[in-house]
Structure formats: C-alpha cells, structure tokens
Write a protein that binds this ligand. Structure first.
Ligand code: PLP
Length: 404
C-alpha cells in the first residue's frame, strides 16, 4: 500500500499553485517531479564535495569519485547487470541510442536490415535512419494495430538472417502500451539479431532485469524516474561494448595518447569521454534508491488503479476518444475531444492549473497512423491521486463546453 499523503510531502513542487489553482501535474511521461531526498543530494554535492572525478588525488575529488561510482553500482544492482562496467552513464536515452547507432556504422553493410517498431519515439527512429544512410542498410517497420499494440505476426515475418538489430520501446510514451519485449528479444536472437530496448517510459513504472531479459542494450533517462535531467544510462552486454568502437574522443576515454596513436580506456570509460554530469549521476542513484523505498510493486498496483479510474471517468465525457487501448498499459491516457484541437484543450487545462502534454509526443508516425495532428496526454505517477483525476475530468468538461 502507498501512503499517498506522506509521499506527496516528499515533492515540494506539488504544493505550488498554477494560475491561482493547485497544481495538478499530469505530464509525468515527459518528465517526472523530483523528491526532496534527491534535491538534498544535489545540494549536498555542490555544497560539500563538488570536484572533477577520476583524476584528482585530493579529498574532494576522491569523495566525488566514490559517490559517482557508488551510483553506477546502484544502477547496476537496480537493473541487475552482471558487471558495473556494463553501465555507461550518458546524458540520457537520446545520447545512449546515438552512441549505439554510431557504433554499428562500422559493423553493417547494404545487405543488412534493421527493424524499428511503429510505436517509437523519434529518438529511437532518427539515429537509425542516419545509420542506414551511412551504411546502406535497410530500415523496416514492425506495424501497429488499432489498439496501439505491435503486430507480432508481422514482426515474426519480418525477421530473417539479414536482420542485424531490432529496436523497440519497452513502453510507448504516446499510448502507454507495454510491449512484449521478452518475446521480441527471444525471436530476434533466434535469427542472430541484437536488440536495443528503449526503457525511458518503462523505468518509472517497472524494474527491468536485463539479465533475465537477455537484452543486448537497454537505455533510459533519469529525469523520467524522479532524477534530474541531462543524465541517463546505457546498459550493454560486455561482449557488445567490447566490440563497438568508442563514440566520442576526448579526456577520460583514453589509455595512452601520442600524435602517432591513441589507445582507448577499458569499460566503462571508453564510452565516457569528457567530464560527465557528476552531480546528475549521483542524483540518478539517489532517485533509484528513492523509488525502491516506495517499491515498484506498490507503484505498479497504485498506478494501475489510477489508470482504470481515469479511463472510466474520462470516457463518461461524450465525444472523448482514447488512443491506445491495449490491455497491457501503464498510466498514460492519450485522448481527443471530437472536433476540438488538442492544443486548445491543453491551453484551457493549464488555465485551470492542470499540466498535460499536447501534440505528437515525438511520435509523429503514431499520429499519422490514427490520422490526427496530436492528442492530449495525461500521464499519472505514483504521487498523483483520484481527486486530481476528478479535477481533470471537471476541467475537460469545462473546456469542451467553452470550445464547442
Ligand atoms: C522521453 C523518451 C525518450 C527521450 O528521452 P530523453 O531523455 O529526451 O533523451 C525516448 N524514448 C521514450 C519512449 C521516451 O519516453
């Protein structure tokens, strides 16, 4: 059971007002809010041990290095990676995907095929298109159904010996669909293809086990799971991380540098050129610790109740249509009001203190599939309440009256 009132006290921002109304924050799929426990870690870093890591003999540098590497361990344990050096700290999901896409440039040719799902965020589409341009490889699309699920029969048919890589999100940010990644990974491995899972939208809701999944790459961002922006991670199986060339050149990622030849550092530093987001990495670890004290089973159960309640209440409104109706969904409700532009709804909701996302959610292909310009997306976190959903329903009804 969640002690919701106690949890809400952890998030100072939830006390503020917007346009004279209490804030109802339903844009969690874009970024989550930050608990005091994580804010304290950030303040502590800059107040007490701000220093560059890995290269100083002085006390502050050693303290910062220890905390940064402890955070890597926390992330390793959370995702159940076999080795801490399989966790590469990046600036986020987008950076992680670009790192892998860039690494595969030297491993692909024009006979190779890559499979992307129709449900992807632009950051899991565009880097692969750029890779295909560079290598001549072909990008094929796993189609989606009207419910917002992947067509698994079509997926099976698309797989062949030419398939080198499959990339799919664990959970769709636009529709909330939980994809059957266990099956996707197993089938890809049967033809010898590697799999990258974009976990940006999954990690706020579930705790993935990368070894049980047997996934090759798993990527996520801290800011969707109570951490700060500008930091995230890439999990890669050791064998893959050894095989791929470095992404960026610079300090920290080298072993020896001369003008004739440079040799690279071992994992994870080979992929971590330059001074990283040190404070962010440490705060990422703190965010994971925080979420584990709430407990991911509690989070999933509670959010599922919010999803069921929100779906039922919103569907009471005549002319409201929900996009993404899979039985396997997290707490994301994408909807439109008949004949009304989502942007207009979002603007009026903001006037009533309610933060939702409107637009294509960086998933234009999904919007094209439904032939709509975008949706209004309300996405719930474990610190939201049924009362806030009631406020949303009242506000949507009011918006509908004003706009029709
Ligand atoms: C948010 C999100 C991304 C992009 O994450 P960044 O932190 O902006 O790099 C990618 N994929 C999914 C599914 C997302 O929800």
């Amino acid at each position: 059971m969640l002690e919701i009132n106690k949890i809400r006290q952890d998030f100072p921002i939830l006390n503020r007002q917007v346009n004279g109304k209490p804030l109802v924050y339903f844009d969690n799929a874009a970024t989550s809010q930050t608990p005091q426990q994580v804010i304290d870690v950030i303040v502590d870093y800059y107040s007490n041990y701000n220093a560059n890591i890995h290269r100083g003999v002085h006390t502050l540098s050693q303290e910062a290095t220890d905390k940064y590497e402890a955070a890597r361990k926390t992330i390793q344990n959370h995702f159940n990676a076999k080795y801490a050096y399989e966790i590469i700290l990046t600036s986020g999901t987008t950076h992680s995907i670009n790192l892998i896409a860039s690494g595969f440039a030297s491993l692909l040719n024009e006979k190779d095929e890559l499979l992307v799902s129709a449900l992807e965020h632009h950051s899991n589409i565009v880097p692969w298109q750029m890779l295909c341009e560079k290598t001549g490889a072909t990008l094929k699309v796993i189609p989606m159904t009207n419910e917002g699920e992947l067509d698994m029969q079509a997926y099976t048919n698309l797989l062949s010996k030419s398939t080198k890589l499959v990339f799919v999100n664990h959970i769709s940010n636009a529709l909330g669909t939980i994809n059957p990644i266990e099956t996707i990974i197993e089938k890809a491995h049967q033809v010898g293809a590697a799999v990258l899972i974009d976990g940006a939208q999954a990690c706020p809701h579930i705790k993935p086990d990368v070894q049980a999944l047997d996934v090759d790459f798993y990527v996520t961002s801290a800011h969707k799971m109570c951490g700060p922006t500008g930091v995230g991670m890439l999990y890669g199986k050791e064998e893959w991380l050894k095989k791929l060339p470095p992404y960026q050149g610079g300090g920290e990622m080298i072993d020896q540098v001369t003008f004739e030849k440079t040799t690279y550092a071992g994992l994870p530093h080979k992929f971590e050129a330059g001074t990283p987001n040190i404070c962010g990495g440490i705060a990422f670890g703190a965010a994971i610790d925080y979420m584990n004290t709430i407990d991911f089973n509690n989070i999933a159960n509670y959010e599922h109740k919010l999803l069921e309640y929100g779906t039922k209440r919103l569907l009471e409104i005549e002319g409201l249509k929900i996009y993404g109706t899979s039985k396997n969904k997290t707490s994301v409700i994408s909807f439109n009001l008949d004949g009304i532009h989502p942007y207009d709804v979002g603007t009026l909701l903001d006037k009533m203190g309610i933060a939702v996302r409107t637009g294509h959610h960086c998933t234009q292909p999904i919007m094209d599939f439904y032939k709509i310009p975008g949706t209004v997306r309300a996405s719930f976190a474990f610190y939201n309440t049924k009362e806030e959903i009631d406020a949303l329903v009242t506000a949507v009804k009011k918006a509908k009256m004003m706009l029709s």
